[in-house]
Structure formats: structure tokens, C-alpha cells
Design a protein around this ligand. Structure first.
Ligand code: HEM
Length: 498
């Protein structure tokens, strides 16, 4: 009966909108798509999953249907489809059925996992702060950056930069999100910070396992995971309570927050996201959940981007020298946001890094209603494709960023120069696309640019010391280089040894 009804709907869409079937992934078994599931597991184990997806699109076309463990899925890297799913038909799709249940005990409900009215509410809580003119506080960032430089060897010995850059961004982001740095760049980092980070990462790992289990997530049982969540929540509550105190003080000062006098864009104000959110709501759990979501989304993405940029720069001395010349030519000017934006080669390096190594490796949505993708169906693969309610629409970002139609010449090569002319539109979705685009894009771009410009000032040379020359994927919440970024540093000024 259900199949009959489904066929009727499909026929209606074919007649009304000219929908035709997209090619089908050649599953080996008839049910559940288990072959694809196990194939993905195998490639994940050998760290070749991203390449495998890219090859699948080369073989089966830019849009094809598949079975994801019994659910109907459409895999697409067609930029026209991306524009519709993530942009113009945004409301037909969502993330909540994919993300909410598995992440609920750890994160609660918040901006990253919800759709509809609650997502809009969450977005309105966090977005205004990211829009403030001076939210990217480069002088505060410089304080942390100096500590980062101080930790690195000056004798040319090999160092893996990856964990150090992560520490830099954890300190920077906690200062902005919670109001206090975790200070893990300190030689002896506070035990409390380390306890939170361990708990947070364990919480994240368990949540990842639950996401993989999908509807069977109740099978995941681990006391350590439950305990880690308690530790992470207690840490967040400590800062939430301070934020509520801040709210109460401001209320007392302003007499009434409803006067909205607090909603200024003050260039001298040091913004703390939790404090700004607390001016909108004093609800403890809402604040804790939202800040956990933003910390999750933002605590390592910029660090990963910088690690990947240096991974390429230490393999391409000509590019490193070109970057250095651009930065040193303007050494007398302060590194303001405008100055950084005007360094074209620096900007091109960042764009090219995030093209080849997008931090978020897939963009996946579930259709909330019967809907249509504009292209990918029929023999010529140009006809609209019917998307039944409940289908997964999945885009591997790594694959779309290597589309031969959009990124010529040599889509797989690291070539910052290509950005002199390139305007890729929806084939380039490093920060997402449409209303759900990363709210921190400007801040992240600025901090990544600032860090790279400062490395060009501080380091004369970076020697590649990786045993493995190729970039090997590590798929966690963000996609990074599995082998880190091992380098030998030659400093521009051979000052004090540490
Ligand atoms: C280079 C750095 C970064 C990259 C490449 C990046 C990329 C992304 C992408 C692709 C998404 C969309 C995910 C989706 O489609 O569901 C996203 C969402 C988000 N990002 Fe970022 N991000 C970066 C840094 C940050 C930072 C530093 C923060 C916070 C301090 C942050 C906070 C968020 C939040 C809260 C969302 C969820 C938005 C929503 O669902 O409405 N991101 N980011």
C-alpha cells in the first residue's frame, strides 16, 4: 500500500515537474545498503573515505541515489542542487532528525542540532554578537599568539604544530565564549581546564558513536561517558552563573534591559558571547546548551585550517616566500582587519587551503517534505529529481571542492593563484551555504589570516619534517591531517632560546 502510494506521488511529480530518476548506486545486496555501509567503514579504517566518495561521483555522476542503511538517500555535488537545498528551499530540509537525539544528553538543544523556530531563536541569540564590528579582538589574540610562539622550539628541532595551534584556539575561543581563557598555553596549564577538555572530548567521542548508531543510539551505554558529561556541564555552569550575575548587574544598572540601551555596538567593549546571550535570557540551561553548541562548532576549526595551510606552505617554499614578501612589504603597517583583507596572496592561501581541506567534510540534510532537486535526473542527468519526504540529501564537501568543471586547472593541486580569477558560487561551501552559514565566518577568517601573517613575520623558514608526505584524512567532527604538521622552524630573529 505504502509502495503504491509512493509510486503515485512519484508519478505526480514526474508529470507536474518533469522529475526523472537519478542514477542508482550499484548496490550489491537488495536491502539496507549494507554493502555501501561496510565499504565506507573499510575506507574509514584506511583513511581514504574522502577520496572514495570523490571517485564515486566521478563514476556515477554528480547526483545519484543510494540506500543508507534502509533510508533513501540522494548524494549530490551539483552546485545547482546545493544552492537549492541549503539556500532557496532551505525550509524543505533540516538537520534535527540527524543530530538532535544522539547529541541531546551531551549538548542539549541548541543552534547546531535544531531546526525551525528553536533554531531561529538560537541563531538570534548568538548571531548579533558575531556581527559586532570589533568582535574579532586582535590585540587579545596577539597575547595568546605570543604565548604560542614562546612554546615552540628555537633550535630547529622537529615539532608537530597541530596540538600547539589547537591550544592557541582553545584559549582564544574560551576567552571569547566564556569570558576567561582556559590558559592551556601556559607551561603548566590549570588542572580544571584539562579536566574539562578531557571530559568534553570524551563526551564528543561517545556522541559520535551514538550518531553512527542512528536510531539504535540507546544501545550506547558507557558510565564514563555519562560522568564526562556531568564534568563538562559543571564547568559550563560555572561560567553561565557568572554570566547571569553579569545580567543581574546590568539590569540593576540600566534599571530595565527592555530599554535596549545595552544593545550598542561599542568599539571599546570586550565582547563575551555568554554575557551577550545572558542579556537576552537568564535561563541557566538555555545558556549552558547554547554555549556548549558554539564551543563544539568553533573550538578547533580555525586551528585545523591553520595546520592545513602550514602543511602546504612547508612543502612549497616558493609559496611561503611569496607570502613572506607580501607580509614583510607592509611590515610598518599594523595588522588590522582591513590590512589583512588587502593581502591578496594571504587570502588566496586561506581560500585554497579550505577548498582542498574543508573543515566540515560533509553537508547533510533530511527532507522534511516531498520536494525536488533541480538537476541530476534522467539519461542526460539534467532533469529535476523527486526527493521523497524523509530522504537524506548528502554532499561530501571534499568532493564538491574538487569538481573538475569548477576548479580548473588541476582541481587536486594546491594552487593559491587560481583565486585571482575564481568566483565559484555554490561549488565552494567551506563555511556552509544559505541561512545556516557559519555565524563566525568573519571572525574565523580574520584569526586565521592574522596567525598566518604573524608566522610569516616570525619565521624565516619552515622545513617539512613529516614522515608521510601526502595529506592523510582524520575524520572527526572536523577533518584534519592525521599525521599532524611536523616542521622544523627557522626563526627570523634568533633571540632567546627556550
Ligand atoms: C575556519 C574556521 C571555521 C570553519 C571552516 C567553519 C565552518 C562551518 C560550517 C561549514 C558550518 C555549517 C555546518 C552545517 O551546515 O551544519 C558552520 C556552522 C557553525 N559554526 Fe563554524 N566554522 C569555523 C569556525 C567557527 C568558529 C570559530 C565558531 C565559534 C566561535 C563557529 C561557530 C559555528 C556555529 C555556532 C555554527 C552553527 C550554525 C547554525 O547551524 O546555524 N565556527 N561552521
Amino acid at each position: 500500500m505504502a509502495t503504491f502510494q509512493a509510486r503515485r506521488i512519484r508519478q505526480k511529480y514526474a508529470k507536474l515537474f518533469g522529475c526523472k530518476d537519478a542514477p542508482r548506486y550499484p548496490h550489491k545486496g537488495p536491502i539496507f545498503g549494507l554493502d555501501l555501509f561496510f565499504d565506507n567503514q573499510e575506507h574509514a579504517k584506511t583513511f581514504t573515505l574522502l577520496e572514495t566518495w570523490t571517485t564515486r561521483f566521478e563514476k556515477y555522476g554528480h547526483t545519484f541515489r543510494a540506500n543508507f542503511l534502509g533510508s533513501s538517500a540522494i548524494c549530490t555535488i551539483d552546485p545547482v542542487n546545493i544552492q537549492v537545498v541549503h539556500g532557496s528551499n532551505f525550509k524543505d530540509y533540516g538537520v534535527q532528525p540527524l543530530r538532535r537525539a544522539a547529541t541531546l544528553p551531551f549538548l542539549g538543544e541548541g543552534v547546531f542540532t535544531m531546526d525551525g523556530a528553536f533554531w531561529e531563536y538560537s541563531r538570534n541569540l548568538i548571531r548579533p554578537t558575531f556581527n559586532k564590528t570589533n568582535v574579532t579582538n586582535l590585540s587579545a589574540f596577539e597575547v595568546n599568539l605570543k604565548k604560542f610562539f614562546d612554546l615552540l622550539p628555537r633550535d630547529g628541532s622537529t615539532v608537530d604544530l597541530k596540538p600547539f595551534v589547537c591550544r592557541l584556539f582553545i584559549d582564544t575561543s574560551t576567552e571569547f565564549l566564556f569570558g576567561e581563557s582556559m590558559n592551556i598555553l601556559a607551561i603548566k596549564s590549570p588542572a580544571r581546564s584539562q579536566e574539562f577538555l578531557d571530559a568534553f572530548h570524551y563526551g564528543l567521542r561517545g556522541t559520535g558513536a551514538r550518531l553512527q548508531l542512528g536510531k539504535l543510539d540507546f544501545l550506547y551505554r558507557d558510565k564514563k561517558w555519562r560522568d564526562s558529561i556531568k564534568v563538562a556541564h559543571a564547568f559550563a555552569h560555572h561560567y553561565v552563573d557568572k554570566a547571569i550575575q553579569y545580567r543581574n548587574n546590568r539590569l540593576a544598572e540600566d534599571n530595565s534591559l527592555s530599554s535596549k540601551s545595552y544593545k550598542t555596538d561599542d568599539a571599546r567593549h570586550k565582547y563575551v558571547l555568554l554575557h551577550e546571550m545572558a542579556l537576552e535570557t537568564g535561563k541557566r540551561d538555555v545558556l549552558r546548551n547554547q554555549i556548549m553548541h558554539v564551543f563544539l562548532a568553533g573550538h578547533e576549526s580555525s586551528a585545523v585550517a591553520i595546520g592545513n595551510a602550514i602543511f602546504q606552505l612547508c612543502r612549497n617554499p616558493d609559496m611561503w616566500n611569496k607570502l613572506k614578501s607580501e607580509v614583510l612589504d607592509r611590515e610598518k603597517e599594523p595588522l588590522t582587519p582591513d590590512a589583512l583583507k588587502n593581502m591578496r596572496y594571504l587570502q588566496n592561501i586561506i581560500k585554497e587551503t579550505l577548498r582542498l581541506y574543508p573543515v566540515a567534510s560533509t553537508a547533510t540534510r533530511i527532507a522534511y517534505r516531498d520536494t525536488i532537486l533541480p538537476t541530476g535526473g534522467g539519461a542526460d542527468r539534467n532533469s529535476p529529481v523527486f526527493v521523497p519526504k524523509g530522504s537524506t540529501v548528502m554532499t561530501p564537501v571534499y568532493a564538491i571542492h574538487r569538481l573538475a568543471d569548477c576548479f580548473q586547472p588541476n582541481p587536486n593541486a594546491f594552487q593559491p593563484e587560481r583565486w585571482e580569477e575564481l568566483k565559484p558560487g555554490s561549488s565552494y561551501i567551506l563555511f556552509g551555504w544559505g541561512p545556516r552559514t557559519c555565524p563566525a565566518q568573519n571572525m574565523a577568517e580574520m584569526e586565521v589570516a592574522y596567525t598566518l601573517a604573524r608566522t610569516a613575520q616570525e619565521w624565516e623558514n619552515i622545513e617539512c619534517r613529516d614522515e608521510v608526505k601526502e595529506w592523510v584524512e582524520e575524520l572527526r567532527l572536523s577533518t584534519s591531517s592525521r599525521n599532524g604538521t611536523k616542521v622544523g622552524l627557522v626563526w627570523a630573529s634568533p633571540q632567546e632560546q627556550n
